[in-house]
Write a protein that binds this ligand. Structure first.
Ligand code: C2E
Ligand code: CA
Ligand code: CA
Ligand code: CA
Length: 280
C-alpha cells in the first residue's frame, strides 16, 4: 500500500509539473495570440423583454488556439490578468468592439442608439492609461460615448481607490458603467454608494432556477426594486427559457441576455440580427 502511495505521489507531482509547464506555454502562446490574429470577438445581443428588440450587444473575446482549438475566456482571462497580457488584449477588444459598434451605429441598424458592452478586468482599470485608451477608442471609431458600456465585476473594483477613480473618469467621458455578475460578491451594496454605475447585471446564478426556486425569484425581485429606486438599468443574464423571460418581465426587468435570444455570434451575424428580431 505504501508503494502504491508513493507511486501515486510521484505521479501527482509529475502531473503538477506538467500543468505548470502547460500554463507557462499557454502564457507564451497567449502573448503571441494578438499578433497572430488568433483572437476574435463575438457579440451577444442584449434585448428588450417583451418586444425582443435589440438594445445592443456584449463583446466577448474568443481565442482559437492553433492546436488546442477554441479556449474559453474563463480559462485564459485569469491567465491574462496574472501575466498582465490582459492590458494589450483588452485594448484590442475595446478597439475592435468600438469600431464594430460605430459601423452599426452609422448604418442606423438599431433605429435608435445602441449599446456596446465591453468587459474590463480589474487589472485594466488600475492601469494608468486606461481611461485615455477608452477615450482614444471612442475618438478613433467615432462611437458616441453614451453607446459604450464598460462592464466591471464587483471584485475588480472592491476597495480599490484607483479603480473607483477610473470609473468616475469614465462616467465623466459619458460612457455607461455596468456592474457585472451583480450579487455574487460580498461587497455589492457598498459599491452602489461609491461607484457611479448606470447598470446592474443580475448574475446568471439568480436566473438559472428562478422559476422553481423561490429564493432566486426573491433575490431577482430585490435587485430590480433596488435598481428602480436608484434609477439604474437592470439586465438579467443567462436567460435560457421563455418561462424565465416571462417571470423576469413580470418582476419588472426590461432587458435580458441569454441563449433564449441568441448565443454570442460573429460580427456579421450580429449585424443581421439587428434587422430581424422576433418578438419573444
Ligand atoms: P460574463 O461577462 O458574465 O459573460 C457572460 C458569459 O455567459 C459569456 O461566457 C456568455 O457566452 C455566457 N452566456 C450568455 N448567455 C448564456 C446563457 O443563456 N446560458 C449560459 N449558460 N451561459 C450564457 P463567455 O463568453 O465564455 O465569457 C466568460 C467570461 O469571460 C465573461 O463572463 C467575462 O467575465 C470574461 N470575458 C469574456 N470576454 C472578455 C473580455 O474581452 N475581457 C475581459 N476582461 N473578460 C472577458
Ligand atoms: Ca459581462
Ligand atoms: Ca456577467
Ligand atoms: Ca460571469
Amino acid at each position: 500500500a505504501k508503494d502504491r502511495g508513493k507511486g501515486h505521489y510521484v505521479c501527482y507531482t509529475a502531473d503538477m509539473g506538467q500543468r505548470i509547464q502547460d500554463a507557462a506555454d499557454l502564457a507564451t502562446q497567449l502573448a503571441a495570440a494578438v499578433d497572430n490574429a488568433e483572437l476574435s470577438v463575438v457579440y451577444q445581443p442584449i434585448v428588450r423583454l417583451g418586444t425582443g428588440r435589440l438594445l445592443g450587444t456584449e463583446a466577448l473575446v474568443r481565442w482559437r488556439h492553433p492546436r488546442r482549438g477554441l479556449i474559453s475566456p474563463a480559462d485564459f482571462i485569469p491567465l491574462a490578468e496574472e501575466t498582465g497580457l490582459i492590458v494589450p488584449i483588452g485594448r484590442w477588444v475595446l478597439g475592435e468592439a468600438c469600431r464594430r459598434a460605430a459601423e452599426w451605429w452609422r448604418d442606423q441598424l438599431a433605429g435608435h442608439d445602441l449599446v456596446m458592452a465591453v468587459n474590463v478586468a480589474g487589472r485594466q482599470l488600475r492601469e494608468p492609461g486606461f481611461v485615455a485608451d477608452v477615450a482614444a477608442a471612442l475618438a478613433e471609431s467615432g462611437l458616441p460615448a453614451r453607446c459604450l458600456s464598460i462592464e466591471v465585476t464587483e471584485t475588480a473594483v472592491f476597495d480599490d481607490e484607483r479603480a473607483i477613480a477610473a470609473l468616475h473618469a469614465l462616467r465623466d467621458l459619458g460612457v455607461m458603467l455596468a456592474l457585472d455578475d451583480f450579487g455574487t460578491a460580498s461587497s455589492s451594496l457598498g459599491l452602489l454608494l461609491t461607484c457611479p454605475v448606470t447598470t446592474l447585471k443580475l448574475d446568471r446564478s439568480f436566473v438559472e432556477s428562478i422559476t422553481t426556486v423561490a429564493r432566486q425569484e426573491a433575490v431577482a425581485m430585490a435587485v430590480i426594486q433596488m435598481a428602480n429606486a436608484l434609477a439604474l438599468n437592470a439586465v438579467a443574464e443567462g436567460v435560457e427559457t421563455v418561462e424565465q423571460a416571462a417571470l423576469l418581465r413580470g418582476l419588472g426587468y426590461r432587458y435580458a441576455q441569454g441563449y433564449l435570444f441568441s448565443p454570442p455570434v460573429p460580427a456579421d451575424e450580429a449585424a443581421k440580427l439587428w434587422a430581424g428580431r422576433q418578438p419573444c
